[in-house]
Design a binder for this molecule. Structure first.
Ligand code: LMR
Length: 353
């Protein structure tokens, strides 16, 4: 009899649990909020930050954005939600900076080249071979040079939070490019930056400023015949399918500046600012190695899955490129500022063999 009563009680509890679960999903599916844990933040208290960018999720920037969102969620105990919008699903290259300044989105991470029209000193980072090694890049961006550039963004109502690295740029073209004089007559798709324009025009090439997401098409229909980018961008956008040659030149840097609307940032509680910065710093140091690793692996993947001919510059050729391309530095000295350029060149000289 006792065992019988025990079974009835167990079955009763089971039925009650089933009813509770069924009702919970029923109410939730109609948008009714059920009581939350004491420590769980109510939706009305949550700070939502829209983070827009233009590349795919499976790229260094795309992965970093997702990782940052997860860390912010963890470090703020769900008080801040970072909504990531990849692949220019909200704004394109040329719209996103304005959208940030108007607070339509609160965070973006454009390439540093794309902000040279609002803060000209940033042209420094586009100079060819300004970073001869990874160490030079880290020393500059994590030191005085980086701080000075980030501080310059205040003037345009932007808070610079970090530098996210992608890697060095390589050249793709329909003809082989081994020497600077091989640029002549080509039409390069470039990001909007006067330095990049000069870098190619100096050697007799023409340039077309095009959005990242228009690059594949322009190469496919031969509106342009060449471009420069990191391996991860060449891979994720399948640019290797519409180009015949890839030259590993490491001639320029492509990285991002992660930015927030300055007024929005200032209104955030100090403890939230600290946790966001902590999540940003952790993501940034993770990305240094991750982006390097991705660019290396994806170069092998391109080699395996496509017919593009890959050529790596010899040390002698690299020196030849470096000497020829640095000819354009004086043209930008007054725009960048002599002090900043000198600081950078001192770092550069330390790392040049
Ligand atoms: C490009 O336009 O080539 C890059 O800025 C894309 C990106 O954001 O990495």
């Amino acid at each position: 009899m006792r065992a019988y009563t025990g079974y009835i009680v167990l079955i009763g509890i089971g039925v009650l649990i089933a009813i509770y679960v069924a009702f919970q999903s029923f109410f939730t599916s109609f948008g009714f909020d059920l009581p939350r844990d004491e420590e769980q933040v109510g939706m009305e208290d949550q700070i939502v930050i829209k983070f827009s960018h233009v590349v795919a999720e499976n790229t260094p920037k795309g992965l970093a954005a997702s990782r940052f969102a997860a860390l912010v969620d963890e470090y703020t105990d769900h008080r801040v939600k970072i909504e990531v919008y990849p692949n220019q699903s909200l704004y394109s290259d040329h719209q996103e900076i304005e959208a940030l300044q108007e607070n339509k989105v609160q965070m973006i991470a454009p390439t540093t080249s794309k902000i040279t029209n609002i803060s000209k000193k940033w042209m420094l980072l586009d100079l060819p071979y300004i970073f001869p090694t990874d160490e030079a890049l880290q020393e500059a961006l994590n030191g005085e040079v980086g701080d000075e550039l980030l501080n310059h963004l205040h003037a345009v109502d932007i808070k610079g939070l970090a530098f996210w690295s992608n890697n060095f740029k390589q050249i793709t073209s329909n003809e082989q490019i081994r020497h600077p004089e091989d640029f002549a007559g080509k039409n390069f798709r470039i990001m909007p930056s006067p330095v990049l324009e000069s870098q190619f025009q100096h050697f007799g090439a023409s340039t077309s400023r095009l959005e990242f997401n228009d690059t594949f098409k322009s190469l496919e229909i031969n509106k342009t015949d060449s471009q420069e980018n990191t391996i991860s961008n060449i891979y994720s956008k399948k640019l290797y399918e519409v180009q015949k040659h890839l030259t590993i030149s490491n001639h320029g840097y492509l990285g991002y500046v992660v930015m927030m609307n300055q007024s929005f940032w200032e209104e955030l509680p100090v403890d939230i600012q600290q946790q966001i910065q902590r999540a940003m710093d952790d993501t940034t140091s993770w990305l240094w190695d991750k982006s390097k690793e991705m660019n290396e692996t994806q170069l092998h993947d391109i080699e395996k899955k496509s017919n593009i001919e890959i050529y790596t510059l010899s040390e002698k050729e690299r020196k030849e490129w470096m000497e020829a391309m640095t000819d354009i530095y004086p043209e930008f000295e007054s725009t960048i500022g002599k002090d900043l350029l000198d600081k950078m060149e001192r770092i550069r000289d330390k790392y040049i063999e």
